[in-house]
Design a protein around this ligand. Sequence first.
Ligand code: TRP
Length: 336
Amino acid sequence: MSKQIVLTGITTTGTPHLGNYVGAIRPAIEASRDRDVQSFYFLADYHSLIKCQDPERVNQSSMEVAATWLALGLDTDNAIFYRQSDIHEIPELTWILTCMTAKGLMNRAHAYKAAVADNEAAETRDPDQGVTMGLFCYPILMAADILMFKAAKVPVGRDQIQHLEMARDIALRFNHHYGDLLVPPEAVVDEDTAVLTGLDGRKMSKSYNNTIPLFLPEKQLRKLIMKIKTDTSPPEAPKDPETSSLFSMYKAFADADAIAAMRQRYAQGIGWGEMKQILFETINAELTEPRRRYEALIADPAYVEATLKKGARRAREYSTPFLEEIRRATGICPLG
Ligand code: TRP
């Protein structure tokens, strides 16, 4: 029996931070060790063009994201790890799917609606101001990413659920019209993965500007952790771990025994300064080795490139024959 396909895309805008690590990268790398599934993980660099039109930044970001996943131990002989733009079949499939997508479906996409709502709130004359067809059709490109590899399960954050529903809709419409070729995918949202808090106590997110970059040099990592907001209670005061963002971060990095012991310390009273030091040491211990590997990878772009090309070759073993089938189903095939 062929293995179940689990696929997810990683947007390549910005530098990966601790929240990305705990919420997405670490669980994905763990999941890819399951021999019963075939994981496909890719850099969604065509998606990045929607938000970022700075060529340097686009390129740099792909490099940082690829090096991050490799440094953290993704086994690329097992998981298929590639760059979206290396799979020429994806933009081809995107067009075929575009012709199977109701414009009305795209009108309902959250990202597009939010852009229109912003324009309306600002009383801009054109509600579509600043909206490219890239932003508008984003869910179709994402559907092609998924449908190209017959992915049944797609691990994503909550914000992506609508896109998965759209991919299903598009697949079903295609199948209804051309025959059952595409596999309607399902979103997998893991309710248990930790959501890390940021420097200000809100969810760590690029949009809040409260992130801690994953591979900061040790000294800077310590400095940022020391900046995490805390209340003014004195060291000896008993503290509630459940409302402490330092504790919630600690939980994402420490083992069960250490977490239990830390609960005790909170009950007895622990100074925030000491807690921050312990938090720094715990996070740093997990990241020291990967950080060293990351720096080595960044200094060896040819190796990263070769690894991505290996992934692309493996991915295209699936996409090349499957696109051929899809083309034939639509009548795009040799004459005669
Ligand atoms: N849109 C996704 C995000 O912003 C990234 C992505 C692109 C993706 N293509 C995908 C995720 C396909 C899952 C499957 O996070």
